[in-house]
Design a protein. Structure first.
Length: 317
């Protein structure tokens, strides 16, 4: 008979917390790491940028599609990208995990390894956490960041005449989801983009330093998220269709699946690219590519026309 794996109930709450937070790099901003009632994270700027996301098994991830380590990386990335979208540098993560008592302890170990690895990629650390029992596995992550003296880059600063640009991948996660949904596990690069997004963390502060007037993390789809900027800034955004890049690999996958690669690029979420507006083309940093412009009016168009159909992800729809 095979060896029976220990469950979270066998290990216990406090030992699990130590396994999630212990022996991990806490990041350069951590003054007091895990082990006390709370952590202490440096905020020399006098302000803390904070965001939180909740990922639910069966809604945001499936372990038959992604191993726990990759789910952990994704849980960290979706939060760290939001920090970067404010023009800030990530400093720390706080993690809460709720799961059934029958959950294998190795799942929690792998989740925490992924969380820590992605945090380290952004020069942040996991500084605290909590565990509790639940019928469904849920991961809640809170990310903290610092502006280093800069003003935050919000959704509300775009002005008529600005340039629209984007950094990072678009459409890859949606393509990977489509592949997995058909029961396939390759192409590996496409499926991997859905399992573990690669937000361009450094592009956020770079955009802020370059004078970005607004910025957003592309989590729900390029058109949907640009619509948030348009609404918050009381402007219209028009994209140049030929300037929105559709990678040849996505075209090949879409052809095989009978899908539309351009639709993935325009409306697919979870790539966590950064979309921003700049006062002129010369202000756009090298990591960004220009895809459109800002004008007076409302809404988002492509070559002056509204996009037909859904423009991105919405919960409960």
């Amino acid at each position: 008979m095979g060896e029976v794996e220990e469950t979270v109930a066998d290990v216990g709450e406090f030992a699990l917390i130590r396994r999630v937070t212990g022996n991990r790099s806490a990041g350069p901003a951590t003054l007091l790491g895990p082990g006390d009632d709370a952590a202490v994270v440096a905020a020399p700027d006098g302000r803390v940028v904070a965001c939180t996301d909740v990922l639910v098994e069966g809604v945001h991830f499936r372990f038959d599609w992604s191993p726990p380590e990759q789910v952990g990386r994704k849980a960290a990335a979706v939060n760290l990208a939001d920090i970067a979208a404010m023009g800030a540098e990530p400093t720390a993560l706080l993690v809460g995990i709720a799961c059934p008592s029958t959950t294998r302890a190795s799942v929690v170990d792998e989740l925490s390894a992924g969380l820590a690895a992605e945090a380290a990629r952004a020069r942040a650390g996991v500084v605290g956490g909590d565990m509790t029992r639940s019928d469904t596995l849920v991961i809640s992550v809170t990310a903290l960041g610092t502006l280093d003296g800069r003003a935050p880059v919000t959704r509300a600063g775009a002005l008529p005449g600005d340039i629209v640009a984007v950094a990072g991948k678009l459409g890859w996660s949606a393509a990977g989801l489509a592949v997995l949904g058909r029961g396939f596990r390759s192409p590996v690069t496409v499926v991997g983009a859905h399992r573990v997004p690669a937000p361009p963390y450094s592009a956020g502060p770079a955009a802020a330093l370059a004078g970005a007037t607004s910025m957003i993390d592309v989590s729900d789809g390029l058109l949907a998220d640009l619509a948030h900027i348009a609404e918050a800034s009381n402007v219209a955004i028009d994209l140049v269709g030929d300037r929105v890049p559709v990678d040849q690999r996505l075209i090949e996958v879409a052809s095989a699946l009978g899908a539309d690669a351009r639709h993935w690029v325009l409306t697919g979420g979870e790539d966590h690219a950064l979309a921003a507006t700049f006062p002129n083309a010369s202000a756009v940093p090298p990591d960004f590519r220009i895809i459109g412009s800002v004008a007076r009016g409302t809404g988002v168009t492509i070559d002056g026309k509204p996009y037909p159909g859904d423009t991105g992800w919405q919960h409960w729809r």
